[in-house]
Design a binder for this molecule. Structure first.
Ligand code: ATP
Length: 192
C-alpha cells in the first residue's frame, strides 16, 4: 500500500490544495490520499472555520473523490498536532506501507523547524509542491523528496478568509463544489 498524508488547516480548502492533491495522485498513484485537517490553533492564530466544520466540509467533498479520505485524527486531539505523531499513528496501523507527506514549498522552506524532522524523513518520503514564494528543503530532507510539476497557484486560505469576511466573490479560488458546501453550511452567510 502507498499513502499520501496531506495535513493542513484547510481554513477553508481551496483550489491550491485540490490541485496539488491531484498532481500527487497522478505522480505517485497512491492507494489513498489522507487529508488531515489540524485542530483549532490555541489562541494566537484563530481559525475562521472550527476544526469539526473543516473536517465536515472536506468529508462532504470527498464523497465524490475516490481514493481521498478525510481523517479526524488531529481534530480530536487537544495537543498540537505534530506531523511526526500523526505519521507514527499511521505507520503503526500499516507498518509495511509506503508513506509520502505532501507539502507546499512554503513548508519546505521551514521544514527544519518541524518537530523531529529528521525522523520524519527516515520514516517517510516527502512530496513537495511548488508554491509562489516558497523555498527549499534542507539537503538531508531533499534527498528523500519527490517534486510535483504542479501549475503555480497564488491562492491561500488567508486571502479567502479575508474575502469571506468582506463578503467578496470567491470565484477561481475554491472549487464550485466546495463553494456550494460553504454556502450550505452557512459559512458564506455574509456574502453579498
Ligand atoms: P493560510 O493562508 O491560512 O496559511 P494555506 O493556504 O497555506 O493557509 P494550509 O491549509 O495551511 O493552506 O496548507 C496546507 C498545505 O497545502 C501546506 O503544505 C501548504 O504549503 C500547501 N498549500 C496550500 N496552498 C497551496 C498552493 N496554492 N500551492 C501549493 N501548495 C499549497
Amino acid at each position: 500500500m502507498r499513502y499520501v498524508l496531506f495535513g493542513g488547516m484547510f481554513d477553508p480548502p481551496h483550489m491550491g490544495h485540490m490541485s496539488i492533491a491531484r498532481e500527487a495522485a497522478r505522480l505517485l498513484n497512491p492507494d489513498k490520499i489522507i487529508w488531515i485537517p489540524s485542530a483549532n490553533p490555541p489562541h494566537r492564530k484563530k481559525a475562521l472555520i472550527p476544526a469539526r466544520e473543516r473536517f465536515l466540509i472536506l468529508s462532504e467533498w470527498a464523497k465524490n473523490q475516490p481514493n481521498n479520505e478525510i481523517s479526524s485524527f488531529e481534530i480530536g486531539r487537544s495537543a498540537p498536532g505534530y506531523t511526526i505523531d500523526t505519521l507514527s499513528y499511521y505507520k503503526d496501523m500499516d507498518p509495511d506501507a509506503e508513506y509520502f507527506i505532501l507539502i507546499g514549498s512554503d513548508q519546505a522552506a521551514c521544514f527544519s523547524q518541524w518537530k523531529n524532522w529528521r525522523t520524519i524523513v527516515e520514516k517517510a518520503n516527502l512530496c513537495v509542491a511548488g508554491r509562489p514564494g516558497g523555498g527549499e528543503l534542507p539537503p538531508e530532507a531533499a534527498a528523500r523528496a519527490v517534486y510535483l510539476d504542479n501549475p503555480p497557484l497564488d491562492i491561500s486560505s488567508t486571502e479567502i478568509r479575508e474575502k469571506i469576511l468582506a463578503g467578496q466573490d470567491l470565484k477561481g479560488l475554491v472549487e464550485p463544489e466546495i463553494y456550494s458546501i460553504l454556502l450550505d453550511r452557512k459559512i458564506l452567510r455574509g456574502l453579498r
